[in-house]
Design a protein around this ligand. Structure first.
Ligand code: MN
Ligand code: CA
Length: 331
Protein backbone atom coordinates (compact mmCIF):
# COMPACT_ATOMS: atom_id res chain seq x y z
CA UNK A 1 0.00 0.00 0.00
CA UNK A 2 1.95 3.06 -1.22
CA UNK A 3 0.01 5.79 0.55
CA UNK A 4 1.05 5.78 4.16
CA UNK A 5 -1.36 3.71 6.17
CA UNK A 6 -0.95 0.05 7.06
CA UNK A 7 -3.71 -2.47 6.26
CA UNK A 8 -4.86 -2.43 9.90
CA UNK A 9 -4.90 1.35 10.00
CA UNK A 10 -6.87 1.43 6.77
CA UNK A 11 -9.47 -0.98 8.16
CA UNK A 12 -9.81 1.17 11.27
CA UNK A 13 -10.21 4.40 9.26
CA UNK A 14 -12.76 2.88 6.88
CA UNK A 15 -14.80 1.45 9.77
CA UNK A 16 -14.80 4.83 11.51
CA UNK A 17 -15.91 6.55 8.34
CA UNK A 18 -18.70 4.02 7.79
CA UNK A 19 -19.91 4.46 11.39
CA UNK A 20 -19.97 8.25 10.99
CA UNK A 21 -21.95 7.96 7.76
CA UNK A 22 -24.45 5.57 9.35
CA UNK A 23 -24.84 7.80 12.43
CA UNK A 24 -25.79 10.78 10.27
CA UNK A 25 -27.79 8.85 7.67
CA UNK A 26 -25.37 10.03 5.00
CA UNK A 27 -24.01 8.45 1.82
CA UNK A 28 -20.87 9.11 -0.19
CA UNK A 29 -22.08 9.75 -3.73
CA UNK A 30 -18.66 10.57 -5.17
CA UNK A 31 -15.00 9.72 -4.68
CA UNK A 32 -11.88 11.10 -6.34
CA UNK A 33 -8.07 10.93 -6.21
CA UNK A 34 -5.71 13.83 -5.65
CA UNK A 35 -3.36 13.56 -8.64
CA UNK A 36 -2.10 17.13 -8.42
CA UNK A 37 -0.71 18.06 -4.96
CA UNK A 38 2.13 15.57 -4.54
CA UNK A 39 5.40 16.88 -6.04
CA UNK A 40 5.78 13.66 -8.07
CA UNK A 41 2.93 14.98 -10.26
CA UNK A 42 4.83 18.13 -11.24
CA UNK A 43 4.84 17.05 -14.92
CA UNK A 44 1.36 15.49 -14.86
CA UNK A 45 -0.03 12.19 -13.62
CA UNK A 46 -1.49 10.04 -16.42
CA UNK A 47 0.17 12.24 -19.05
CA UNK A 48 3.61 12.65 -17.42
CA UNK A 49 6.63 11.79 -19.54
CA UNK A 50 8.09 9.49 -16.87
CA UNK A 51 6.48 6.02 -17.00
CA UNK A 52 7.14 5.62 -13.24
CA UNK A 53 4.95 8.65 -12.57
CA UNK A 54 2.18 7.35 -14.84
CA UNK A 55 2.30 3.96 -13.11
CA UNK A 56 2.25 5.60 -9.66
CA UNK A 57 -0.79 7.68 -10.67
CA UNK A 58 -2.56 4.56 -11.87
CA UNK A 59 -1.71 2.62 -8.69
CA UNK A 60 -2.86 5.49 -6.47
CA UNK A 61 -6.13 5.66 -8.40
CA UNK A 62 -6.70 1.89 -8.15
CA UNK A 63 -6.28 2.05 -4.36
CA UNK A 64 -8.59 5.06 -4.16
CA UNK A 65 -11.25 3.42 -6.34
CA UNK A 66 -11.32 0.42 -3.99
CA UNK A 67 -11.71 2.76 -1.02
CA UNK A 68 -14.39 4.86 -2.72
CA UNK A 69 -16.43 1.80 -3.63
CA UNK A 70 -16.07 0.45 -0.11
CA UNK A 71 -17.57 3.69 1.21
CA UNK A 72 -20.46 3.49 -1.26
CA UNK A 73 -19.38 5.87 -4.04
CA UNK A 74 -21.12 5.37 -7.40
CA UNK A 75 -19.34 8.21 -9.21
CA UNK A 76 -15.62 8.71 -9.48
CA UNK A 77 -14.38 12.16 -10.53
CA UNK A 78 -11.14 12.86 -12.41
CA UNK A 79 -9.70 16.34 -12.35
CA UNK A 80 -6.24 16.28 -13.92
CA UNK A 81 -4.90 19.43 -12.34
CA UNK A 82 -1.30 18.79 -13.46
CA UNK A 83 -2.18 17.24 -16.86
CA UNK A 84 -0.81 20.10 -18.93
CA UNK A 85 2.25 22.22 -19.68
CA UNK A 86 4.11 25.46 -19.50
CA UNK A 87 7.05 24.37 -21.67
CA UNK A 88 4.81 22.97 -24.36
CA UNK A 89 7.67 21.49 -26.42
CA UNK A 90 8.10 18.80 -23.72
CA UNK A 91 5.63 16.44 -25.44
CA UNK A 92 3.30 16.23 -28.39
CA UNK A 93 -0.18 17.07 -27.06
CA UNK A 94 -1.46 14.07 -29.04
CA UNK A 95 0.80 11.83 -26.95
CA UNK A 96 -0.73 13.31 -23.80
CA UNK A 97 -4.26 12.63 -25.00
CA UNK A 98 -3.27 9.08 -25.94
CA UNK A 99 -1.81 8.49 -22.47
CA UNK A 100 -4.97 9.84 -20.88
CA UNK A 101 -6.99 7.40 -23.00
CA UNK A 102 -4.75 4.48 -22.00
CA UNK A 103 -5.26 5.34 -18.32
CA UNK A 104 -9.04 5.71 -18.56
CA UNK A 105 -9.35 2.50 -20.59
CA UNK A 106 -7.25 0.66 -18.01
CA UNK A 107 -9.38 1.97 -15.14
CA UNK A 108 -12.66 1.18 -16.90
CA UNK A 109 -11.46 -2.40 -17.38
CA UNK A 110 -10.51 -2.56 -13.70
CA UNK A 111 -14.00 -1.47 -12.62
CA UNK A 112 -15.56 -4.04 -14.96
CA UNK A 113 -13.21 -6.76 -13.80
CA UNK A 114 -14.02 -6.01 -10.14
CA UNK A 115 -17.75 -5.76 -11.00
CA UNK A 116 -17.94 -2.39 -9.26
CA UNK A 117 -21.06 -0.27 -9.76
CA UNK A 118 -19.03 2.83 -10.57
CA UNK A 119 -19.00 5.41 -13.33
CA UNK A 120 -16.33 8.01 -14.11
CA UNK A 121 -16.85 11.75 -14.52
CA UNK A 122 -14.18 13.94 -16.15
CA UNK A 123 -13.74 17.52 -14.99
CA UNK A 124 -12.24 20.08 -17.36
CA UNK A 125 -10.34 23.26 -16.52
CA UNK A 126 -8.50 25.53 -18.95
CA UNK A 127 -5.45 26.44 -16.81
CA UNK A 128 -4.19 26.78 -13.21
CA UNK A 129 -2.15 25.18 -11.81
CA UNK A 130 -0.69 24.59 -15.29
CA UNK A 131 -0.16 27.19 -17.98
CA UNK A 132 -2.48 25.08 -20.16
CA UNK A 133 -4.36 21.97 -19.14
CA UNK A 134 -5.15 19.36 -21.79
CA UNK A 135 -8.81 19.07 -22.87
CA UNK A 136 -9.68 22.43 -21.29
CA UNK A 137 -13.48 22.46 -21.52
CA UNK A 138 -16.43 20.14 -21.00
CA UNK A 139 -16.87 20.07 -24.79
CA UNK A 140 -13.32 18.78 -25.25
CA UNK A 141 -14.00 16.09 -22.64
CA UNK A 142 -17.22 15.02 -24.34
CA UNK A 143 -15.40 14.34 -27.55
CA UNK A 144 -12.54 12.55 -25.78
CA UNK A 145 -15.06 10.25 -24.06
CA UNK A 146 -16.40 9.17 -27.44
CA UNK A 147 -12.90 7.80 -28.26
CA UNK A 148 -12.69 5.52 -25.19
CA UNK A 149 -13.12 1.74 -25.19
CA UNK A 150 -16.10 1.94 -22.79
CA UNK A 151 -17.64 5.38 -23.41
CA UNK A 152 -20.88 4.41 -21.65
CA UNK A 153 -18.98 4.28 -18.32
CA UNK A 154 -17.61 7.79 -18.61
CA UNK A 155 -19.32 11.19 -18.41
CA UNK A 156 -18.44 14.71 -17.29
CA UNK A 157 -18.34 16.79 -14.11
CA UNK A 158 -18.61 20.40 -15.30
CA UNK A 159 -17.64 23.11 -12.80
CA UNK A 160 -19.17 26.60 -12.98
CA UNK A 161 -15.84 28.27 -12.19
CA UNK A 162 -13.80 26.29 -14.69
CA UNK A 163 -16.17 26.78 -17.61
CA UNK A 164 -16.47 30.48 -16.75
CA UNK A 165 -12.67 30.89 -16.59
CA UNK A 166 -12.71 29.97 -20.29
CA UNK A 167 -15.20 32.78 -20.90
CA UNK A 168 -17.80 30.21 -21.94
CA UNK A 169 -21.42 29.58 -20.99
CA UNK A 170 -21.71 27.01 -18.19
CA UNK A 171 -25.37 26.47 -19.12
CA UNK A 172 -24.44 25.60 -22.71
CA UNK A 173 -21.70 23.21 -21.58
CA UNK A 174 -24.08 21.47 -19.18
CA UNK A 175 -26.83 21.36 -21.80
CA UNK A 176 -24.53 19.63 -24.27
CA UNK A 177 -23.56 17.12 -21.60
CA UNK A 178 -27.22 16.49 -20.70
CA UNK A 179 -28.18 16.13 -24.33
CA UNK A 180 -25.51 13.44 -24.66
CA UNK A 181 -26.62 11.73 -21.38
CA UNK A 182 -23.18 12.51 -20.01
CA UNK A 183 -23.94 14.76 -17.04
CA UNK A 184 -22.87 12.32 -14.29
CA UNK A 185 -21.98 14.93 -11.64
CA UNK A 186 -21.73 18.71 -11.29
CA UNK A 187 -19.60 21.20 -9.34
CA UNK A 188 -21.62 24.25 -8.37
CA UNK A 189 -19.83 27.44 -7.33
CA UNK A 190 -19.35 30.97 -8.71
CA UNK A 191 -16.70 32.74 -10.73
CA UNK A 192 -16.00 35.89 -12.66
CA UNK A 193 -14.46 35.69 -16.14
CA UNK A 194 -10.76 36.45 -16.28
CA UNK A 195 -9.94 35.72 -12.64
CA UNK A 196 -8.13 32.93 -10.84
CA UNK A 197 -10.26 29.87 -9.97
CA UNK A 198 -12.43 31.59 -7.36
CA UNK A 199 -14.71 28.73 -6.21
CA UNK A 200 -17.08 31.23 -4.59
CA UNK A 201 -20.44 30.43 -2.99
CA UNK A 202 -22.98 29.31 -5.61
CA UNK A 203 -24.89 32.28 -7.01
CA UNK A 204 -22.52 34.90 -5.58
CA UNK A 205 -21.37 35.94 -9.07
CA UNK A 206 -23.21 35.97 -12.42
CA UNK A 207 -26.74 35.32 -11.18
CA UNK A 208 -28.01 35.11 -14.76
CA UNK A 209 -25.84 32.09 -15.50
CA UNK A 210 -26.78 30.60 -12.12
CA UNK A 211 -30.46 31.10 -12.91
CA UNK A 212 -30.13 29.60 -16.40
CA UNK A 213 -28.15 26.67 -15.00
CA UNK A 214 -30.71 25.86 -12.29
CA UNK A 215 -33.53 26.26 -14.84
CA UNK A 216 -31.76 23.73 -17.05
CA UNK A 217 -30.92 21.25 -14.28
CA UNK A 218 -34.47 21.38 -12.91
CA UNK A 219 -36.09 21.16 -16.34
CA UNK A 220 -38.50 24.00 -15.57
CA UNK A 221 -38.67 24.91 -19.27
CA UNK A 222 -39.85 21.37 -20.06
CA UNK A 223 -36.70 19.37 -20.84
CA UNK A 224 -35.52 16.34 -18.86
CA UNK A 225 -34.32 17.05 -15.29
CA UNK A 226 -30.84 16.24 -14.04
CA UNK A 227 -31.25 13.45 -11.47
CA UNK A 228 -27.68 13.20 -10.17
CA UNK A 229 -26.10 14.69 -7.04
CA UNK A 230 -25.96 18.49 -6.68
CA UNK A 231 -22.45 19.09 -5.45
CA UNK A 232 -20.99 22.39 -4.25
CA UNK A 233 -17.24 22.55 -4.91
CA UNK A 234 -16.50 25.88 -3.29
CA UNK A 235 -14.82 27.61 -0.38
CA UNK A 236 -16.04 30.22 2.11
CA UNK A 237 -14.34 33.60 1.99
CA UNK A 238 -11.14 33.58 4.03
CA UNK A 239 -12.63 36.31 6.20
CA UNK A 240 -14.96 33.80 7.91
CA UNK A 241 -14.96 32.06 11.27
CA UNK A 242 -16.79 28.74 11.82
CA UNK A 243 -20.18 30.39 11.82
CA UNK A 244 -19.38 32.17 8.57
CA UNK A 245 -18.54 28.83 6.96
CA UNK A 246 -22.01 27.56 7.88
CA UNK A 247 -23.49 30.78 6.42
CA UNK A 248 -21.59 29.99 3.24
CA UNK A 249 -22.88 26.40 3.09
CA UNK A 250 -26.47 27.42 3.84
CA UNK A 251 -26.26 30.27 1.34
CA UNK A 252 -25.22 27.96 -1.50
CA UNK A 253 -28.21 25.67 -0.94
CA UNK A 254 -30.62 28.51 -0.25
CA UNK A 255 -29.70 30.33 -3.45
CA UNK A 256 -30.11 27.13 -5.47
CA UNK A 257 -33.60 26.61 -4.04
CA UNK A 258 -34.61 30.25 -4.56
CA UNK A 259 -33.42 30.14 -8.16
CA UNK A 260 -35.36 26.92 -8.68
CA UNK A 261 -38.55 28.64 -7.49
CA UNK A 262 -37.80 31.70 -9.62
CA UNK A 263 -37.20 29.51 -12.68
CA UNK A 264 -40.47 27.67 -12.09
CA UNK A 265 -42.31 31.00 -11.89
CA UNK A 266 -40.59 32.29 -15.01
CA UNK A 267 -41.47 29.20 -17.04
CA UNK A 268 -45.06 29.22 -15.75
CA UNK A 269 -45.51 32.89 -16.78
CA UNK A 270 -48.01 32.85 -19.70
CA UNK A 271 -46.25 35.77 -21.40
CA UNK A 272 -42.99 33.84 -21.37
CA UNK A 273 -44.63 30.67 -22.62
CA UNK A 274 -46.35 32.53 -25.46
CA UNK A 275 -43.16 34.31 -26.49
CA UNK A 276 -40.91 31.24 -26.56
CA UNK A 277 -43.54 28.89 -28.03
CA UNK A 278 -41.94 27.22 -31.02
CA UNK A 279 -43.05 28.60 -34.41
CA UNK A 280 -44.33 25.72 -36.53
CA UNK A 281 -44.41 25.19 -40.30
CA UNK A 282 -45.29 21.57 -40.94
CA UNK A 283 -44.46 21.62 -44.65
CA UNK A 284 -41.02 23.25 -44.31
CA UNK A 285 -40.11 21.27 -41.19
CA UNK A 286 -40.84 18.02 -42.97
CA UNK A 287 -38.78 19.14 -45.96
CA UNK A 288 -35.81 20.10 -43.75
CA UNK A 289 -35.73 16.95 -41.59
CA UNK A 290 -34.49 13.55 -42.80
CA UNK A 291 -32.63 13.76 -46.10
CA UNK A 292 -34.21 12.55 -49.33
CA UNK A 293 -33.20 13.67 -52.85
CA UNK A 294 -36.66 15.11 -53.57
CA UNK A 295 -36.50 17.17 -50.34
CA UNK A 296 -33.18 18.70 -51.33
CA UNK A 297 -34.60 19.46 -54.75
CA UNK A 298 -37.74 21.06 -53.25
CA UNK A 299 -35.72 23.17 -50.80
CA UNK A 300 -33.53 24.46 -53.61
CA UNK A 301 -36.68 25.49 -55.51
CA UNK A 302 -38.39 27.13 -52.51
CA UNK A 303 -38.93 30.91 -52.63
CA UNK A 304 -38.08 32.61 -49.29
CA UNK A 305 -38.82 36.26 -48.53
CA UNK A 306 -35.62 36.60 -46.53
CA UNK A 307 -35.97 40.37 -46.12
CA UNK A 308 -39.49 40.09 -44.67
CA UNK A 309 -38.44 37.30 -42.28
CA UNK A 310 -35.43 39.34 -41.17
CA UNK A 311 -37.64 42.37 -40.43
CA UNK A 312 -39.69 40.52 -37.78
CA UNK A 313 -38.78 41.52 -34.23
CA UNK A 314 -38.47 38.57 -31.87
CA UNK A 315 -39.25 40.28 -28.56
CA UNK A 316 -36.14 38.96 -26.83
CA UNK A 317 -35.57 42.30 -25.06
CA UNK A 318 -38.96 41.83 -23.40
CA UNK A 319 -38.21 38.17 -22.68
CA UNK A 320 -34.87 38.97 -21.10
CA UNK A 321 -36.34 41.79 -19.00
CA UNK A 322 -39.05 39.41 -17.74
CA UNK A 323 -36.32 36.97 -16.82
CA UNK A 324 -34.45 39.66 -14.90
CA UNK A 325 -37.66 40.70 -13.13
CA UNK A 326 -38.44 37.09 -12.17
CA UNK A 327 -34.88 36.74 -10.84
CA UNK A 328 -35.39 39.92 -8.82
CA UNK A 329 -38.60 38.54 -7.39
CA UNK A 330 -40.81 41.22 -8.93
CA UNK A 331 -43.35 38.72 -10.28
MN1 MN B 1 -12.62 25.47 -9.14
CA1 CA C 1 -14.14 21.00 -9.13
Amino acid sequence: MPFGSSAAERTRIVAGFQRALADHGMVVPMATTNLFSQPIFKDGAFTANDPRVRAFALAKTLWAIDLGVELGARIYVFWGGREGTEADACRDPRTAIGRMRDALDFLCEYVRDRKYDLRFALEAKPNEPRGDIYMPTTGHMLHFISTLAHPQMVGVNPEVAHETMSGLSMAHAVAQAMEANKLFHIDLNAQRIGRYDQDFRFGSEDLRQAFLLVRLLEGTAGGARYEGPLHFDSHAYRTEDDEGVWDFARGSMRTYKILKERAQAFDADPRVRALIAERRDARLESLARGYAPHKAQALKGEVFDAAAIAREGLGYERLDQWMVEHMLGVH
